[in-house]
Design a binder for this molecule. Sequence first.
Ligand SMILES: [Zn+2]
Length: 133
Amino acid sequence: MHTTSNDRLTHFLPRLRTALSQLREFRLQQLAELDAEIDGTATPVDPADIARREVTINLAAAARHALADIGEALSLLAAGHYGRCRGCGAEIPIELLQTIPTTRWCSSCRQRLTRRRPQNRSREGTPTRASLP
Ligand SMILES: [Zn+2]
C-alpha cells in the first residue's frame, strides 16, 4: 500500500461525514416517529394490528441498529480508521463508501456475508442517498 486510508479518502471525507450526519438525522427522526407510534397506541388485539405493531417494532429495531452503525462509522472517521474492511482489512472502494457510508465490509466480504445469511436483510436496510427525503 503506498497510501494510507486517510490520504486516500481525504478528498471525500467531508462529503462522507455530511452523508453520515444526514443519515443519522433521517434515522433519528424515523425512530422518534416509530417510538411515538408504539407508545401512542394501546396494545393491539386484532391480528392485523398485532402484525402491524410487530412491523413497527422491527422497523424501530432496524433504525436503532442503523444508528449504531452510523455512530460507529462517524467515530471511525474521527479516529482516522474509516474505510477499511473489517473482514479482510482491505481498503473499501470509495464508490461503495459513497453508496453505503456505514459499510465496514469490502464487496467480496459483503457478498460472502450476504450469501451466508440470505434471510437476514436487516444489514442491507441502510438507505442510500437516493431514498433520503
Ligand atoms: Zn474484505
